[in-house]
Design a binder for this molecule. Structure first.
Ligand code: NI
Length: 135
């Protein structure tokens, strides 16, 4: 019997969506306001969901303190109040779209979880726009 437990978190971060190998006009066509050379910010909301068997001894799928600490070290400490393009190495050559941020968060968190646990990342870039990645 598998159960999913979830924890919400949030971080604020700045980004710019563009490709260095494209002209400004082409970047403007594709990325619009997100191509602002002076960057812009989002209040990202994260839902990290962990699915697995209930441990017979503890009754937990995962200790929420453990999940909280993984989110803090891998997401909040790494991304909060940062410029994703300039300050987060994973995005030095990767466009920090919500899609790519969700994949990076998944990869970072998955490596810290027991291998028998499944992970799903839901990342809200705005209250209406969100992406989901589960490997
Ligand atoms: Ni944006």
């Amino acid at each position: 019997m598998k159960v999913t437990v979830s924890r919400k978190a949030h971080f604020n971060a700045a980004h710019r969506l563009y490709r260095k190998d494209w002209s400004f006009d082409k970047n403007d066509d594709v990325f619009g306001k997100c191509n602002n050379p002076n960057f812009h910010g989002h209040n990202y909301e994260l839902i990290a969901s962990v699915r697995g068997e209930i441990d017979k001894e503890t009754g937990y799928v995962i200790d929420m303190k453990v999940l909280k600490d993984i989110i803090k070290s891998e997401v909040e400490d790494a991304f909060d109040h940062k410029n994703l393009n300039l300050e987060v190495p994973e995005f030095a050559k990767l466009n920090p779209t919500a899609e790519n941020i969700a994949v990076i968060i998944y990869n970072k968190m998955k490596s810290k979880l027991d291998s028998n646990l499944e992970l799903e990342i839901t990342l809200y870039e705005t209250p209406r726009n969100f992406v989901t990645y589960s490997g």
